[in-house]
Design a protein around this ligand. Structure first.
Ligand code: AMP
Ligand code: ZN
Length: 454
């Protein structure tokens, strides 16, 4: 069997393609005007999951992920997200970009996401984009508008709409496609490749069409074709990017290459938090740093994601992070107890789950069953866990830290035991809170209290 992943265009699983044993991957990166929330990280983990599975099945990967630091307009299209944030924080927009870009890399490291080969920045690829725009104008796929912005001629691209199902003839005028000066476009669904500066003073560059800045969609066409040698085997992004971002990227790239530039479009579903879409207005934005600040292993978040199929919407909660944290801790302890690691051999069951459209929930269920199965010898268990961990990335061979209990906490635990014996529940609860804030986890059962480090 070979790795197949659900293809958004054909709406069925498709075998992954490669060139000389190398799979070229492009993953839409962050817009660096703020911290990535855990929803964004779910999508970034998807590309890591694909890359690790490809490696496990014996191919190499070349992955590029862009950093959007100019041209991504806010939802009401009034302002560049970078400039909006620059005003809020009173910091130069390029400094905003570098600040959040660094934090993005830090988050990836904490989530054990292997780095891409390159992270090209939009602001450093202006010439590349201008070259592509010039080529599109030459091919009659783009035109200079009256406002000196350059627009892509959507009607020149006959198969527009295959990714999202939004066919041009069904797209109504008035839909928010792109920021635009009224009347400058020939057709309502055309979009800006280059935007004239107008009153804008920052983050603008000279161009053959006058000073301005690039549109968001052209950056991904320019970077993917440049850095992946003109063809993309797998393209990854969140479900919201299907339209207009990827639809427009496909039109641009295919018009340049005169062929299908991307073999497989993969989209990850969104993450909800406690039942609701994560947003500032709902007040439920969670960052990886919040997870760490609560004392959880950041890889607990990774396990939560892996327990859900990437194509299903998933609901995250503090409870699920906490359980995943416990599971990882238990697995590390068990693996250490099962014995030493020998050369790891391939596990065809695990590989077949992964190659079947990245069925990580089945891998996790399989490992849970194996953990409890008394008929399986420890050596086999350890092999399966470590083999799977090449893709799961949960750092399962990390030696569990043995931390001594300090005398003051020991004392508090004893006091709590006496309080419970005396049925002084108020004192018992008070002591529990103190112990928990010191990093302990307390559980009570019929046989008394027990504790562990969180
Ligand atoms: P942005 O930084 O807003 O450009 O988004 C970066 C990536 O995160 C894109 O691939 C989005 O599709 C993805 N994304 C945004 N919100 C969510 C969410 N709630 N769950 C999963 N992925 C998301
Ligand atoms: Zn993109």
């Amino acid at each position: 069997m070979a790795l197949s992943i659900y293809d958004t265009i054909s709406r069925k699983p498709k075998e992954i393609s490669s060139r000389n044993g190398v799979v070229s991957m492009y993953c839409c990166g962050p817009t660096v005007y703020r911290d990535a929330h855990v929803g964004n990280l779910r999508t970034f983990l998807l590309s890591d999951l694909i890359a690790r599975t490809i490696s496990l099945s014996g191919l190499s990967v070349e992955m590029i992920q862009n950093v959007t630091d100019v041209g991504h307009m806010s939802d009401d299209f009034q302002e560049d997200k970078m400039l909006e944030q620059s005003k809020k924080e009173k910091i130069d927009p390029f400094d905003i970009a570098r600040k959040y870009e660094e934090r993005f890399h830090h988050d990836l490291k904490n989530l054990n996401i292997n780095p891409a080969q390159k992270y090209p920045r939009a602001s450093e690829s202006i010439e590349l984009m201008q070259e592509m725009i010039t080529a599109l104008i030459k091919k009659n796929a783009a035109y200079v508008g009256e406002d000196k912005s350059v627009y892509f001629d959507a009607q020149s691209f006959k198969s527009y709409g295959q990714i999202s199902g939004n066919r041009l003839d069904a797209l109504k005028p008035g839909h928010k496609y792109e920021y635009v000066e009224d009347g400058a476009k020939k057709f309502h669904a055309d979009w800006a490749l280059w935007k004239a500066a107008g009153n804008r003073k920052e983050m603008i560059w000279d161009s053959p069409w006058g000073p301005g800045f690039p549109g968001w969609h052209i950056e991904c066409s320019a970077m993917s074709l440049k850095f992946l040698d003109g063809h993309v085997n797998v393209h990854v992004g969140g479900i919201d990017l299907r339209f207009p971002h990827h639809e427009n990227e496909r039109a641009q790239s295919n018009s340049i290459t005169d062929t299908e530039s991307v073999d497989l479009w993969v989209h990850g579903e969104h993450l909800l938090f406690e039942g609701r879409k994560m947003s500032k207005s709902a007040g439920n934005v969670v960052l990886l740093n919040d997870v760490i600040a609560k004392g959880f292993d950041p890889l607990a978040l990774r396990l939560c994601f892996l327990e859900n199929r990437y194509r299903s919407q998933m609901d995250l909660s503090w409870q699920s992070i906490s359980s995943a944290h416990e599971t990882i801790k238990r697995w590390r302890n068990k693996i250490a107890a099962w014995g030493t690691t020998h050369a790891i051999s391939a596990d065809s069951t695990i590989l077949s789950f992964l190659e079947n459209d990245l069925d990580t929930p089945r891998v996790v269920t399989y490992l849970r069953a194996l953990e409890k199965d008394t008929s399986v010898i420890d050596e086999e268990k350890i092999n399966a866990f470590i083999y799977a961990d090449q893709v799961l990335g949960l750092d399962l061979t990390r030696t569990p830290v043995v931390r001594e209990l300090p005398a003051n906490l020991k004392d508090l635990l004893e006091k709590r035991e006496s309080a419970r014996a005396a049925k002084n529940w108020a004192l018992s609860d008070e002591l529990r809170a103190t112990l928990e804030s010191a990093g302990l986890e307390i559980s009570d059962s019929a046989s008394g209290q027990s504790w562990s480090w969180r």
